[in-house]
Design a protein around this ligand. Structure first.
Ligand code: BGC
Length: 765
């Protein structure tokens, strides 16, 4: 349609029809027991009203989408098509590693590919808008939704966020709806839906940049977050939606709330009833009401009462119609939904192979030492070790050693998160399935489950058992021993005893991270730790592969394992991707996108903290009156940016092209370093550039990531890595919340992780 035709259509709509364009209800309102519509009695909506909705979410598959769209267009007085939306967070049917893992890849091309695959599969099933990427900066691993984020760094989140928007929207198949604007990732205590309390400075410096970058990359939609930010839900916050998003960033697309956010304003206690909430959200700048049933009920009335101007209503409706037009729905309301295409594309070899490659890029090798970490006097163990003299690191796994694969993740099909609503167990390549393929190559492998994988229901049951009253009294019912669990454990211990090497596949169940899945304790489940300790008693050659949607407290894992791998939730091709790397066919290259704390008491622990007046000096290490714990190290167990590989690299001293520069050009100077692969393995290193403004009018972080490059190096190969330093990299949000660049000295680091000490300095005049 031309703009003129769109305007004509808009002018022909009644107030009610306009309000429905701004309303969204879920798929089950249209499809119930495979019947299209007909649930109006329950929902208090007639078929006509359902047809007039502007959009829906969670209608599954091309057949249902076709049927719903066809009926709605036929019933709609102006035959306006609906938009179909869904969360497509880390793949559709071909599920990729979770976004936090994609953060570990430090690979924008890989993130873009993931979203291209997601767009191809989801659009063939009738999806027009993906609620993705999630761009919330996260610093608290207790929050279950850290798995949906790419981590703790604003720059990394921005680069990957832009790549994901490009991937989704690149070929015009799907619109990206970025979320959750703003700062949903900072809930107090890591408890989902809690208030985020952040100064404007902190928001602008750390939490807003990734959303802004995604808007600049052209995202068609923005979802407001449903928690309160400094006491105000984002859907009621005109400063966020109008002043910053539309005013400062020039966003022209559609703003939608998160699920039922308008209705929740009543629960937050900032509106007396749903009508007031509808008014508040509309005046704040929300275009679409997701599932609050507020806009279609109250907007017409509010316009008639003169509380909302019809011109403002029209502006919002026009945005929605314009997006439908951009998607081509007026010409073809079914767009790319096609059963045959879906069959061809979904889980095709090309998509699976992209997902497999992504797994290998996202695994992080935390440790691969040659020596035992813990000491034991057990005689059984000393016998065992004397006949089992490991002279080399356990990884990569060797064909000439017998290997016991043990743990509840060995044969687990649930390798994808709760945010992969189209993921299916039967599509997953488990670790065991991938390992069995290796047996043909001569690997000597056995498999044992060891213990069960506790789910969200188990955690909930336990937390109910330890109610406050029981905690006060100290009385807990004794759990009866479970015979089948004892048998599983005995089998695993036997297998471990007989093997040269044990690879333990442990972790959190997928239901334990994601929405509404906050945890106060972030260790592995006790039954798995018990398994680990027991196995250590009979075999110390332990590699532990950790599956998780969040950084965990890995102290015990590190204590009892010679090698530790963070595998996150790796998706459909998880088994293949993991075995590719464990056997050394692929090399490790992942780096941590979020610090792994020593313990929950350190949280939040993140690398780009502000400089304090009494830092804990790593060299002088004065323990008195410094910003440190008495009983725990200050540093995380593993820092942001950290990761090992089978290769070893050395990075030369940072060289700067100038020691003094004028603040006038785009590229102020160049920082470079030579990177040498000192090993006999080809590998990929993510070389990281950090900068610190040494003296500024506000305290600045101890260092901040400002660039990175993934470089491949053959054995013995040397490459020079160059970073152009621009004024934007030196700028920050000043006292008046405007971006400034201040003269003075800056420190520049080029290194392998955020703890690098490889630095040089220059002065900006
Ligand atoms: C989540 C959003 C999601 C929406 C629609 C909400 O509960 O917070 O991330 O996009 O549901 O599924």
């Amino acid at each position: 349609m031309t703009e003129h035709e769109l305007q004509k259509l808009l002018n022909s709509l009644s107030l009610e029809e306009k309000a429905f364009q701004l309303s969204q209800v879920p798929g089950p309102f249209y499809v119930k027991d495979a019947q299209i519509a007909g649930t109006e009695v329950e929902n208090d909506l007639t078929d006509l009203e359902l047809a007039m909705m502007g959009s829906t979410l969670y209608v599954y598959g091309p057949d249902e989408m076709h049927a719903v769209q066809e009926k709605c267009i036929a019933d709609h007085p102006h035959h306006i098509p609906m938009m179909f939306m869904m969360d497509v967070i880390h793949g559709y049917r071909t599920v990729f590693p979770i976004p936090l893992a994609m953060g570990a890849s430090f690979d924008p091309d890989g993130a873009e590919t993931m979203m291209q695959v997601s767009a191809a599969e989801s659009s063939s099933e009738g999806i027009h808008v993906a609620f993705s990427p999630m761009l919330d900066l996260v610093r608290d691993p207790r929050w279950g939704r850290v798995m949906e984020s790419t981590g703790e760094d604003p720059y990394l989140n921005s680069v990957l966020g832009q790549a994901m928007v490009r991937g989704l929207q690149g070929d015009g198949r799907v619109s990206s709806c970025i979320k959750h604007y703003a700062a949903y990732g900072a809930p107090e205590g890591g408890r989902d839906y809690q208030n985020s309390e952040l100064s404007e400075h902190t928001l602008r410096e750390y939490y807003l940049p990734a959303y802004r970058a995604a808007v600049e990359a052209g995202a068609d939609m923005v979802m407001s977050s449903f928690q309160t930010l400094n006491g105000l839900p984002s859907a009621a916050n005109p400063w966020l939606l109008k002043d910053i998003l539309r005013g400062e960033w020039g966003f022209k697309g559609v703003i939608i709330t998160d699920w039922a956010a308008i209705a929740e304003m009543v629960k937050h206690g900032i509106c007396a009833d749903l009508k007031e909430a509808a008014l508040t959200a509309f005046l704040a700048g929300v275009d679409i009401d997701m599932c609050s049933m507020a806009y279609h009920r109250y907007l017409p009335e509010l316009v008639r009462e003169g509380k909302i101007s019809e011109a403002d209503l029209d502006r919002s409706v026009l945005r929605v119609l314009t997006l439908k037009n951009k998607l081509g729905l007026f010409e073809n309301p079914y767009k790319d939904a096609n059963k045959e295409t879906a069959k061809e594309l979904i889980l095709c070899a090309e998509h699976r192979s992209a997902a497999r490659k992504a797994v290998s890029e996202t695994l992080v090798l935390l440790k691969n030492s040659k020596n035992s970490a813990a000491v034991s006097n057990d005689t059984l163990l000393s016998q065992k070790n004397s006949s089992n003299n490991a002279s080399d690191a356990l990884l990569p796994l060797k064909k000439d050693r017998s290997i016991a694969l043990i743990g509840p993740y060995v044969n687990c099909e649930e390798l994808y998160s709760a945010w992969a609503p189209n993921g299916r167990n039967e599509d997953t390549v488990t670790v065991q399935a991938a390992a069995e393929e290796l047996e043909q190559e001569g690997y000597k492998l056995t498999y044992s489950r060891g213990c069960r994988l506790e789910t969200r229901a188990d955690l909930l049951a336990k937390s109910r058992e330890s109610s406050i009253l029981q905690l006060r009294c100290g009385t807990f019912p004794d759990a009866a021993p479970d015979e089948s669990e004892l048998a599983k454990k005995a089998d695993a211990i036997q297998a471990a005893w007989e093997a040269d090497t044990v690879v333990l596949f442990l972790g959190e169940h997928r239901s334990v991270s994601g929405e509404g899945a906050s945890r106060a304790n972030i260790t592995l489940p006790e039954n798995q730790l018990d398994l680990l300790r027991s196995i250590y008693e009979v075999n110390q050659n332990i590699v532990t592969v950790v599956f998780s949607g969040r950084p965990l407290d890995l102290r015990e894992v590190c204590r009892f394992s010679k090698s530790v791998v963070m595998a996150w939730l790796p998706g459909t091709e998880g088994g293949h991707g993991i075995m590719d790397v464990l056997t050394g066919k692929e090399n490790f290259s992942g780096r941590l996108p979020m610090s792994i704390p020593v313990s929950v008491g350190q949280i939040p622990v993140f690398y780009n903290q502000l400089s304090t007046g009494r830092p804990k000096d790593p060299v002088k290490d004065d323990p008195n009156y410094c910003s440190a714990y008495l009983d725990t190290p200050n540093r995380p167990l593993f820092p942001f940016g950290y990761g090992l590989s089978y290769s070893r690299f050395s990075i030369s001293q940072v060289q700067l092209s100038a020691n003094e520069v004028e603040n006038c050009r785009e590229d102020l100077l160049q920082a470079c370093a030579e990177v040498l692969n000192t090993s006999d393995r080809a590998g990929v290193l993510t070389v990281q550039l950090y900068i610190r403004d040494d003296t500024a009018s506000l305290a600045r972080p101890v260092k901040e990531l400002k660039g990175f490059q993934r470089i491949s190096l053959a054995p013995g190969e040397k490459k020079t890595v160059k970073f152009n330093i621009t004024p934007a990299m030196l700028s920050y949000t000043g006292k008046d919340n405007k971006r400034i660049v201040e003269p003075g000295t800056f420190t520049v680091w080029i290194g392998e992780d955020s703890e690098t000490q490889n630095q040089a300095a220059f002065t900006l005049k």
